[in-house]
Design a protein around this ligand. Sequence first.
Ligand SMILES: O=C(CO)[C@H](O)[C@H](O)COP(=O)(O)O
Length: 244
Amino acid sequence: MTDASAPTDLSPAERAKRAAAARALNYVETGMTLGLGTGSTADWMVRLLAERMKAEGLRVIGVPTSTRTAAQASALGIPLSTLDDAGWLDLTIDGADEFDDARRLIKGGGGALLQEKIVAAASDRMVVITDPSKHVERLGAFPLPVEVVRFGHETTARLIARVLDEHGLGGRRIALRGGPSGAFVSDEGHHILDLHLGAIPEPERLNTALNVVPGVVETGLFCGIASAIVVGYEDGTARVIGEQ
Ligand SMILES: O=C(CO)[C@H](O)[C@H](O)COP(=O)(O)O
């Protein structure tokens, strides 16, 4: 169903993101503790959530997955908690950079993958909000973000290259995320290596192998975590893959 309340001046891409976010809010019930994702699609979800809280008296407590989302949510008046104070969450709603038919994801384009994974893992359900441009047959066209400690990060990259070799992904480019002003630093004070893999033959196996490399904190591969994927479309409709 299209959303008649959607602003008419949005670009097609923003309409799709908004549609996914609006549909995902159907999972939210009053009294829930809710993980709040990071990124431009999650941004819509936080905005629409705040609107519903004001308009309908919906009560939730949010656990943000980044300083960016924390700032947005508190500016909009959403009550927040830390993950440890909340303990366990009813639901997390977050975006993704890629998803496949097995509901596996690549996340971390916005650099918040570590907190996003911890929060999602501590939730009864993770609902992903996305659009058709992120659907892939095989994960890996989007460079895989891997969060690493700053100490010895070039050595960690070499150790990762060895793992890639063993997984039939030898010679792939590994880039330290950053720009002219220096390397990107995550909310937890780490760097991110973007692995340009093209296609990942066995995401679960690669995730396990990367996570035991000394210096690796976490990967952006989310396997077996998302319970539903809400795909929003430019016409304002949305479709759910997985748990309704
Ligand atoms: O994983 C993320 C941040 O770390 C984001 O959810 C992902 O990058 C998608 O962002 P967007 O909705 O802006 O496309």
